[in-house]
Ligand binder design. Structure first.
Ligand SMILES: [Zn+2]
Length: 92
């Protein structure tokens, strides 16, 4: 009866170290810094810069200045969000 040991194919999980019961909520890096706008994780925390988001309200005819509303909350944005979306850097 050599077939029985063949059927015992426990899926090996390389992500979980031996002896660990898997109670971690996140596999991988526990505290990876992430952009608060697009949720993309950054390897370098220095790339995430605290900013105030700016909402632009453009009137439907487009012939008035857009109304800019600066949000009080501080979010940390990655470089690409900072190049795309209006924002204001958090001053010292
Ligand atoms: Zn981003």
């Amino acid at each position: 009866m050599a077939a029985s040991e063949y059927e015992q194919c426990t899926p090996a999980s390389p992500a979980s170290p031996a002896g660990f019961d898997g109670s971690l909520t996140l596999a991988g890096v526990p505290d990876a810094p992430a952009c608060e706008n697009c949720a993309r994780t950054e390897t370098d925390q220095a790339d995430l810069v605290p900013v105030h988001r700016i909402y632009l309200q453009i009137d439907e005819w487009g012939d008035q200045e857009p109304k800019a509303t600066v949000v009080d909350d501080v979010e940390r944005w990655c470089p690409s969000c900072r190049s795309i979306y209006p924002h204001e850097l958090v001053g010292p």
